[in-house]
Ligand binder design. Structure first.
Ligand code: ADE
Length: 249
């Protein structure tokens, strides 16, 4: 996959270049990441990319011409859809990540200041994406969030190929709890089913936990999900045990 990022802080992306899964993806040539600084596309000799807003008010607005030139240069190299990271967009979901991961190329626009000239968004941007209902100082960290989420889907990047689909949200559920050695940590023991070596028992325990934790923490996710007969039974058993425990405390 090729990702072209338009940002006035290209150096921030050294973080994803240099570590973790994104570094592996780059090294294995599964990901190509290019940065385009709109300051290099300015007519202005002071390399300015922001101006005061028409109509007045606080803050500065990113100007359309240098952004348009940078996006057009990025797009002509990568041929991808243009996504602007912005709190105005629909919230990013695992489903959206999965569908974007199928694209051969994307252009990500990371804005700064109070906003971006609307005409640039209208002419050059295909969609906006928000990473959550809070406001950051710029789109760079959100772009990196999206890049890392995408990279997990690239074949040959994640160590265990099965684990993207086993994750939280890939099945509209939270993950089950994980345990590793030691078996006893300060008196807290690993749940017994995980020590049986019985694959069927382990599968059922994990599914029960995923359903139960989703019911406890994110009932909104569960409400959207069609449970099959086994899932209904396992969740009912979890709830019964949970409620008995609550009433005995
Ligand atoms: N830019 C600033 N805040 C943002 C957010 N929450 N999501 C995406 N881009 C942003």
């Amino acid at each position: 996959m090729r990702i072209d990022v338009v940002s006035i802080f290209p150096q921030m992306f050294d973080a994803v270049r240099g570590s973790g899964m994104t570094r592996i993806a780059l090294e294995r040539k599964k990901l190509q990441l290019e940065l385009w600084d709109p300051r290099n596309f300015c007519e202005d000799r002071y390399r300015r990319v922001d101006e005061r807003p028409y109509g007045g008010g606080p803050g500065m607005v990113m100007q359309a011409p240098p952004l348009a030139a940078a996006i057009r240069a990025a797009r002509s190299s990568g041929h991808g859809r243009v996504i602007c990271l912005s709190p105005q967009g629909p919230r990013l979901t695992q489903e959206r990540v999965r569908s974007l991961a199928g694209a051969p190329a994307l252009v990500l626009l990371a804005g700064r200041y109070e906003g971006i000239d609307q005409r640039l968004l209208d002419k050059e941007v295909d969609e906006e994406v928000s990473i959550g209902d809070y406001v950051l100082a710029g789109g760079e960290l959100p772009a990196m969030v999206l890049i890392e989420a995408l990279v997990r889907y690239l074949p040959g990047v994640l160590g265990n190929a099965g684990s993207v689909e086993a994750d939280s949200f890939s099945d509209d559920m939270l993950d089950w709890p994980h345990y590793t050695r030691p078996e006893d940590f300060e008196g807290a023991r690993v749940p017994a089913p995980l020590l049986t070596g019985n694959h069927e028992e382990i599968r059922r325990w994990r599914l029960t936990q995923a359903l139960g934790q989703t019911w406890l923490r994110r009932p909104d996710l569960l409400a959207q999900k069609q449970l099959n007969e086994e899932e209904r039974q396992l969740l009912a058993a979890f709830r019964k045990q949970y409620e008995e425990q609550e009433s005995s405390e």
